[in-house]
Ligand binder design. Structure first.
Ligand SMILES: [Zn+2]
Length: 258
């Protein structure tokens, strides 16, 4: 007979969920933080509580996480709460303070309180694309994509080539299977990211070509070559460009310049 025993974490309190880049594996995933009680178990029946812990950023992909002792977590939380109390009056005086304040409210006061602070900031910093982009990204990361929309729309009004805002809108079009508008939106990103954007853009260019939008595919590929010069060596990039150029009757290949 095999006796199954060991330890596990049970009883999750004060959970906080964010969709973001995992600090362990680097993938974009669901990250959960919560308080947990550590148990010794026999056949998965919790027998002996071994103490509480704080689990931080447990990744839904790689399952890795960070832990903090409960004692330390209580100290960190108390410090966070006193920061919030002390800064409530001055938080909205400048963008950096407001963002730091919002981060603390999100971490220690929970989502409804963070949402209220976000609404105040939206009015106070209506002309500041970086604050609005931070807030839009926060709404996105907590899974409230619809609420992120007006923030990113305003960012694009203020700064048409804003990378984060155009990436968000591009993905919104992609989710709606609107490839053409997705491509137009993505190609406005000032500084696309090799990790976050390259594969998405390449797949989109290939799909546009397959869906018989060679012109849109070509424009997106030219944008990619401009932003990622090393892409000219990528075999999928090369074959897609050659295919669209053939369809469009382009003699001088965009690859030639590289
Ligand atoms: Zn991970």
């Amino acid at each position: 007979m095999i006796i199954i025993w060991g330890t596990y974490h049970l009883m999750k309190n004060n959970p906080r969920v964010h969709n973001d880049t995992c600090p362990h594996c680097g993938a974009f995933s669901r990250l959960e933080s919560h308080e947990a009680t550590h148990f010794f178990h026999l056949y998965y029946i919790p027998l002996i509580p071994l103490g509480k812990k704080r689990i931080e950023s447990k990744c839904s992909r790689c399952n890795k996480y960070m832990t903090m002792s409960y004692k330390d977590w209580v100290k960190v939380k108390a410090a966070g709460e006193s920061f919030i109390a002390e800064n409530a009056q001055v938080a909205f005086q400048d963008p950096a303070n407001a963002i730091a304040y919002h981060e603390m409210v999100d971490r220690f006061k929970g989502l409804p309180a963070a949402r209220e602070v976000a609404q105040i900031m939206r009015t106070e910093f209506a002309e500041q694309p970086e604050v609005l982009a931070y807030l839009g990204n926060w709404f996105r990361s907590v899974g409230l994509r619809n609420e992120a929309v007006p923030y990113f729309d305003r960012v694009i009004e203020l700064d048409p080539t804003h990378t984060l805002a155009n990436r968000f809108k591009g993905h919104t079009y992609l989710n709606q299977k609107d490839l053409v508008n997705a491509a137009l939106q993505f190609a406005r990103m000032e500084t696309p990211d090799t990790v976050l954007d390259f594969q998405v853009l390449l797949k989109l260019a290939i799909d546009l070509n397959k869906a018989n939008y060679p012109e849109e595919s070509y424009k997106l590929m030219v944008y990619m070559l401009d932003k990622f010069p090393a892409a000219a060596k990528n075999s999928q990039v090369k074959s897609t460009i050659k295919s669209v150029e053939k369809k469009l009757g382009i003699q001088e290949s965009a690859l030639g310049a590289w």
